[in-house]
Design a protein around this ligand. Structure first.
Ligand code: GLV
Ligand code: MN
Ligand code: MN
Length: 432
């Protein structure tokens, strides 16, 4: 087979085109796994549907003939050999898990586009200088456990034991127990960290999940930095009591305290939402009410709070103000308030050389691009801690994501996948 291989030091990019039909066919096949009402897709991490999507990928990787590696958590790596077999590999991918009632493309597009890119190389017998690994990271979404970028955090050695303390799903299943069943414990969390010397760079194609590209009529976003979250739970404990017999002035209603707090999160975040103030966003995404019946005053509420920004300082200021408001509300209402930390991360700048390379790839094909930050989190934010990382965005219709209405035009997806292949070729052929 060696004699048929085209070693490609500087291939003419235009010659090497992805197969658009095959890309869209595979994307469609994955979106049917976990499909629900109104075209929503639900593949929560470690659910049967999510495992089936990973099985689909493994099957495709085997068909292509990639060398497969699946680690303890279930991250999947499919390797296409390079001319220099022992050289550091270029990693390209994203995630297949989704939020509850999410869309078809968040994460999935990046994995399937990476798959299509290496399949194109393989079928055209093109051997790049470095190996390329298609990667699917487990559990990028925080929807189930309140813990995001699980698989990539393990690869980057970025998980701390204390972050796991309050990570649990709505049924009370603790992430720490699931990890233990896979042989991952607090004392060996860093054992899955991949040696940075084995990685050349990490590339990710993702939908924008925001409205900028559509508004500016650009086909591609080249990402400069990723906003990072501070996440915590807030527990208000008042007194459960009879809703018919307890006079209003004698109540210690934990739900009313929570309601005030939710409004406070919105108000404070709005004060820092303008770009010059740090573009902070604050969300209360979940609430548990105990006992949660019509005829009892709520005695306990638990909320999950997600505050993000591109600048660490602005985010910290909002976190401090929000937590001060929480204490003030609790004091005034004679209620106990407790903070259960989930995760604290700093915004991540992406690699400048990679940004330049991605821009050049757009220019080579006359693609209109926008240089922009990412408000959403991505596996690239963990990978950036151990290697050069870069992200390309594809426009999202009306900016909607984490919703069944999430949509990107097939032509845009194909442009993104083609640029992913172009940039892979350039990066993998760069001097080692
Ligand atoms: C990932 O989708 C996030 O929550 O930013
Ligand atoms: Mn997402
Ligand atoms: Mn995603």
């Amino acid at each position: 087979m060696q004699s048929q291989q085209r070693v490609s030091p500087s291939p003419h990019l235009r010659e090497i085109a992805i197969n658009k039909r095959r890309l869209l066919r595979d994307l469609n096949a994955v979106s049917r796994i976990g499909i629900g009402d109104h075209g929503s897709v639900t593949r929560l991490v470690f659910s049967i549907k999510e495992l089936r999507s990973r099985q689909f990928l493994i099957h495709q990787m085997r068909q292509i003939g990639l060398q497969l590696h699946i680690d303890r958590i279930g991250n999947i790596f499919g390797k296409l050999a390079g001319h220099h077999t022992k050289a550091p590999a270029l990693l390209v991918g994203s995630h297949l898990d989704t939020v509850l009632h999410g869309g078809k493309f968040d994460g999935t597009m990046g994995v399937i586009a990476a798959l299509e890119a290496v399949r194109t190389l393989k079928e055209q017998n093109i051997v790049l200088q470095s190996p390329v690994e298609v990667v699917c990271f487990v559990g990028e979404e925080s929807s189930r456990f309140g813990y995001s970028t699980l698989g990539s955090s393990l690869i980057a050695g970025e998980i701390r034991g204390k972050d796991l303390t309050h990570a649990a799903d709505a049924q009370g299943t603790r992430l720490e127990d699931i990890l233990a069943s896979m042989g991952i414990y607090r004392n060996n969390l860093r054992s899955m960290r991949r040696d940075p010397a084995t990685i050349k760079a990490y590339l990710e194609l993702h939908i924008e999940q925001g409205p900028i590209l559509e508004a500016k009529k650009k086909s591609i976003g080249v990402v400069t930095s990723i906003a990072a979250p501070t996440r915590f739970r807030v527990v208000f404990t008042g007194q459960a009591d009879h809703s018919g017999t307890t006079p209003m002035e004698m109540r210690r209603d934990a739900l009313v305290a929570a309601a005030e707090f939710i409004i406070a999160v919105e108000k404070v975040s709005r004060r820092y939402s303008r770009i010059e103030k740090g573009r902070v966003v604050g969300t209360v995404g979940t609430m548990k009410i105990d006992p949660g019946v019509i005829n009892a005053i709520p005695g306990k509420t638990e909320l999950a709070v997600d505050i993000r920004s591109i600048t660490a300082q602005a985010k910290q200021r909002v976190v401090r103000l929000v937590q001060a408001q929480m204490r003030e509300i609790a004091r005034r209402r004679n209620i106990r308030a407790e903070i259960l930390p989930l995760r604290e991360e700093d915004p991540v700048p992406l690699d400048k050389r990679l940004i330049r390379l991605l821009k050049e790839c757009c220019e080579a094909r006359n693609i209109a691009y926008e240089i922009m930050p990412s408000g959403a989190g991505h596996d690239a934010m963990q990978m950036a801690k151990i290697t050069r990382a870069g992200i390309l965005f594809v426009p999202s219709r009306r900016g909607i994501s984490h919703s069944p209405l999430e949509w990107s035009e097939p032509e845009d997806i194909c442009v993104g996948a083609q640029l992913l292949l172009d940039s892979m070729i350039r990066l993998a052929n760069e001097a080692i």
